[in-house]
Ligand binder design. Structure first.
Ligand code: NAD
Length: 255
């Protein structure tokens, strides 16, 4: 395995435009369950479809119930070693862009910049009419104590977390930029994603189909494994730390 870490570290040290694509798996080591694990909060409640949110007050209440409970359980989660290694690679220029499906803002908390959040952020709420945004925490707390769906404080419009719900389109400008990065990349790391949610999974696929080296770090098999130059089936924190040790040796030897 040592040789694989060395190889990936060498690729990272030479890449001109390396990108990372992350999913829920990178945050499990921070205590936030991923989407597909049995018994996780996401697996035990039926997600509210965007159209139902718009048309049905009962669905809006169920949506706010689910989001507020998730916030209560996970808002104290902190970035883990995986988030921190990626932030460090960005700061040292080894990683140019970070594309995430996660809605927890742990990459930002770890110090990452230049992030594309494909599925938005649960840490904010946005009015669907006037498009103003606020931190979500006070709204979640009020919902938990009053059980009443909040309206936009400015215009009275529908207030929704700034995430992409099932049945809701991704923000075109964000998806376009992510696709552009994927086309521009010369190395792509796909970390902690089952790579089945579309169109997000097309980001690493587009890169691999162009012949760009794809490295997958995920403890389960994914539909893109056959396209990957290397697949690391091990805990993300361990894998990224092991690559980072080799990378730091390479960078030090160049100084
Ligand atoms: P997913 O749940 O479909 O896949 C996560 C993958 O990560 C799984 O294959 C799992 O085996 C792997 N994994 C989990 N922990 C790991 C670890 N420590 N080491 C190695 N591998 C590990 O997640 P997805 O592909 O991101 O798609 C799910 C959707 O759910 C996304 O749209 C995302 O927005 C949303 N979601 C986000 C969060 C979050 O923000 N933290 C959490 C749950 C769901």
């Amino acid at each position: 395995m040592c040789g694989v870490y060395q190889t990936i570290a060498e690729w990272l040290s030479k890449a001109q435009f390396a990108i990372a694509f992350t999913g829920a798996g990178i945050s499990t080591e921070s205590g936030i369950p991923d989407f597909r694990s049995p018994g996780s909060i996401w697996a035990t409640s039926t997600p509210v479809l965007f159209d139902d949110f718009l048309s049905d007050p009962a669905a809006r209440k169920e949506y706010w119930r689910q989001k507020s409970i998730a916030d209560r359980e996970f808002s104290a989660a902190l970035p883990n070693v995986g988030h921190r290694v990626l932030a460090h690679w960005q700061q040292t220029g080894c990683l140019k862009g970070l594309i995430t499906q996660n809605i927890d803002e742990l990459h930002q908390q770890a110090g990452s910049q230049n992030i594309l959040e494909l599925h938005g952020s649960a840490r904010k709420v946005t009015c669907l009419s006037c498009h103003q945004s606020w931190e979500s925490a006070p709204f979640n707390q009020r919902f938990l104590s009053e059980s009443r769906v909040p309206d936009c404080p400015e215009c009275g419009g529908l207030l929704k977390h700034a995430t992409i719900s099932f049945g809701q389109q991704l923000t075109p400008s964000v998806l376009m930029k992510a696709t552009q990065w994927s086309r521009q990349s010369d190395l792509c790391l796909a970390i902690g994603s089952s790579l089945v949610v579309e169109p997000a999974a097309s980001i690493p696929r587009v890169a691999a189909e162009r012949g760009v080296r794809l490295v997958i770090v995920n403890r389960e098999a994914t539909p893109l494994d056959h396209l990957a130059a290397h697949v690391l089936r091990e805990p993300i924190g361990t894998a990224l730390q092991s690559i980072d040790e080799k990378l730091q040796q390479i960078l030090t030897s160049r100084r």
